[in-house]
Each structure stands twice: as structure tokens, then as C-alpha cells.
Ligand binder design. Sequence first.
Ligand SMILES: [Zn+2]
Length: 200
Amino acid sequence: MNIACPQCAQVDQVQSVPAVHQGGSVTHSVVGGAIPVSYGDGNVTYLQGNYRGTSMSALARELDPTPPLRGGGCFLALAMVLLIPAVFMTIIGFLVLGDHHPEMAESPIISTITVFAPAGLLLAMVALFAGLYGTRVKKNRHLRQGTPESRELWAGAWYCHRCGGVFLPEQTRHAVPARQLMSPSTFRSYVWRAGGYPAA
Ligand SMILES: [Zn+2]
């Protein structure tokens, strides 16, 4: 396999895309002050305050095989928050029914519906948000895995640090031209398309 860059015809600055991506992702822990964080590609940035996490260089982000995913935590929080008044209203409903108000005896079915309506409405909303949370979690799991096509395309590509472009050394089954230098963002859009993600 010829991994020489199609533009400069050199191999000394060529690195596989997964290696570039991994080299540009750093995990750091900062407590106060500003400390320099050096990325694999020579970029240095300064972080301030207490922080712990993984950050990516601009290049690593451009070569990310999966798009940033939206969490479903807000749906879960809404479901939990609404669950409290829902339980409360249900208890109140039973207490009201247990009181045997004389006007309830006239139309017990309508009275029961009226008494439990607020609780029912709240429980329906809890179910809705819990369902939305479940759907988001399932979707994210699917997206994070990508597809065999997107993983294969991503892992088989190379990056030239001198020219700042990505290329495939040989023709693959993907509709991506081989031995042709392209920008990291163009390459990423091919990968995301192969992974079934929305276009970059
Ligand atoms: Zn090159």
C-alpha cells in the first residue's frame, strides 16, 4: 500500500487518521490557575479554573468519526420533577374519595374522573418525557456505534501534516476518490454520510 501523500509525495508527515484523532484528544485535570495543554499536533491552549475532562484539538474534532450527540438528561429531569406532584395528586385523589362527600354519591364515575384528572394528566406527561428520554438514549447508542462502512472508511484514511489533508491510499468500496487529497471536513462528511448521520 502506497501511503505517500498524493500532493507532496512524501511519507514523513503522513499519519493514519485514527492516530491523529487519538493524538489530538487529551484528558486533563486542572485545579485553579491556567495550565497549558499541548495537543499532539503542536497546538497549545490554556485552561483556567477547576476542570476535568477530555478536549480535542480543532484537527481531532474535524476528524471525529461521530458527530456530537445531544444528551437526554433534560427529559429525564422533567419526568422526575413531574413524578413528585403526580404521586402527590394521586394520594390527594384517594383522600378526597375516602371522605365520602354526599355530592359524589350522585355521580361516582364522574367524581372519580374529576378527582384523578390532575394526577392522570401529570402521569401522562411523566410517561411522555420518560419515553422521549428512552428514545434519545437508544438513538445515541446507535449513532455512537456508527456503521461498519463508516468505521472502515475512517480507519483506512491517512492524514498529511505537511499539506493538511486526508487521503485514501487505494480505492475502496466507498464512493470516495482514492489518492486524492481532501480537507478534513470534506473527509468527515463522507464518513458521517457512511455512518448514516446528518451531513456535516
Ligand atoms: Zn503532503
